[in-house]
Design a protein around this ligand. Structure first.
Ligand SMILES: NC(=O)C1=CN([C@@H]2O[C@H](COP(=O)(O)OP(=O)(O)OC[C@H]3O[C@@H](n4cnc5c(N)ncnc54)[C@H](OP(=O)(O)O)[C@@H]3O)[C@@H](O)[C@H]2O)C=CC1
Ligand SMILES: O=C(O)CCC(=O)C(=O)O
Length: 412
């Protein structure tokens, strides 16, 4: 199954309950605009290299479109389309005044020097300069991009349009970025995990956690959950799974990552080392947090997933058949459009601060983030009880209702 078909399947489950007419379903599902561009740069050795870039603008019924930029060698139009659609439902679930979009370039960022990555980003902006804008479509970080990429993006865009840092979020804190944006997605995963296990009557100390992916989302989720007394027994990146059934020393691992230029776990030796994919199938793990790529839990490996709770830090980590089988087995899945919404929530706070030329304290960002996510969680939980459906279907019900309402109010 392709990534967009998966989102469509989840959408349809909720649309069925809402008795959404077919024509409305089609309008809400299809992207408003899909842009594919050629991005050519000169490599440091003087050779030319050409990549394909995308920006898919899915829906703007509730406000300007919003969503990250991904640099990864597997990026393709179908994937970006699915991620853009997820953004529409995500911003609606947490009730931000935004629509959804997503972009990316099919490139392995680890094969680029810093200067090549800057040239790539600036060349991408040259192609997208009139497609994005502070009231139109506001990009942000996703896999393979960070605050540096956001800074280059902003400065290149401003060469065409003049000063306006609200064109992109996730910028460096020294350059109109919000305090707390970098940690926000992982922190949000942590806040919601804590909330969910509280609702299930479980104690943090008794819930062993495994986290796939130790980048922005995985590492900040690990830090938050470690501080909240959860034993983190396994973390992974492409170099492998790092495992200790008694609980890993997360502060030590975070220090190790900072000291190693590639920011990877490779070589970390104060624990057992297993193959990368082993993490998903570990025994005696209560909470599994996929926080890397999409489509990692499929019909193929679902029978070997042991954790009774899955928190989707990544976008689209479960394919529908796996999701259905897990639901039938009683596994509780906190869906991506809620679980990882902390990032876009603090992106919204950054955009608001940029527009007001005002800066919030880290305390205020964290307080408002928690408030926004906990409110959304309560609403999703109640809706799932009310309709006797999974948390995912409940989240889609809320999101579709809100987008449909805005779309109808706007008239035609
Ligand atoms: N950044 C954000 O604010 C948000 C991100 N997300 C989603 O979270 C997920 C992770 O994004 P983010 O943390 O930003 O990305 P990063 O690029 O910061 O980190 C990605 C991590 O995933 C690891 N990884 C990649 N492939 C595999 C694999 N096959 N097995 C194990 N680990 C792997 C990478 O390993 P290595 O370093 O070795 O390559 C790296 O540790 C994505 O799905 C993204 O869409 C969702 C909401 C917001
Ligand atoms: O911060 C943002 O605007 C979007 C982050 C993102 O791409 C996501 O939530 O998947």
């Amino acid at each position: 199954m392709r990534a967009f078909e998966a989102v469509q399947y989840y959408f349809d489950q909720a649309a069925e309950i809402l008795e959404l007419p077919a024509a409305v379903r089609e309008t809400l599902l299809m992207a408003k605009r899909e842009v594919t561009v050629q991005v050519t740069i000169e490599r440091d050795n003087g050779e030319l290299a050409t990549f394909v870039g995308y920006r898919v603008q899915h829906n703007n019924s509730r406000g300007p479109m919003k969503g990250g930029l991904r640099y990864h060698h597997e990026v393709n139009l179908d994937e970006v389309r699915s991620l853009a659609s997820l953004m529409t439902w995500k911003t609606a679930v947490v009730d931000l005044p935004y629509g959804g979009a997503k972009g990316g370039i099919g490139v392995n960022p680890r094969e680029l020097s810093l200067r090549e990555k800057e040239r790539l980003t600036r060349a991408f902006v040259d192609q997208l300069r009139d497609v994005v804008g502070p009231d139109r479509d506001i990009p942000a970080p996703d896999m393979g991009t960070d605050f540096r990429v956001m800074s280059w993006f902003r400065h290149q865009w401003e060469k065409y349009h003049g000063f306006n840092p609200a064109v992109i979020t996730g910028k460096p804190v020294e350059e109109y970025g919000a305090k707390g944006r970098e940690e926000a997605t992982g922190r949000g995963v942590g806040i919601l995990t804590t909330k969910l296990i509280g609702r299930l009557g479980k104690k943090a100390e008794k819930c062993r956690v495994a986290i796939q992916g130790f980048g922005n989302v995985g590492s900040h989720a690990a830090k938050f959950l470690h501080d909240a007394q959860f034993p983190i027994v396994a973390v992974s990146d492409v170099t492998g799974t790092y495992y200790n059934p008694e609980g890993l020393n997360i502060p030590d691992i975070l220090r190790y990552i900072l000291e190693h230029p590639q920011g990877q776990l490779s070589g970390y030796s104060n624990c057992e080392h297993l193959p990368s994919d082993a993490l998903l199938e570990l025994e005696e793990v209560e909470i599994l947090i996929p926080a890397a790529l999409g489509g990692v839990i499929t019909a193929e490996n679902v029978d070997r997933i042991r954790a009774p709770i899955i928190i989707e830090g990544a976008n689209g980590p479960l394919f529908p058949l796996a999701d259905k089988l897990l639901h039938e087995r009683g596994v509780i899945v906190l869906p991506d459009i809620l679980a990882n919404a902390g990032g876009v929530t603090v992106s919204y706070f950054e955009w608001v601060q940029n527009r007001q030329h005002y800066r919030w304290s880290l305390d205020r960002v964290r307080r408002e983030l928690e408030h926004t996510l906990v409110d959304a969680f309560e609403h999703v939980w109640e809706t799932s009880q009310q309709h006797d459906v999974s948390l995912r279907t409940a989240a889609f019900i809320i999101a579709i209702r809100r987008v449909r309402r805005a779309w109808e109010l706007a008239g035609r």
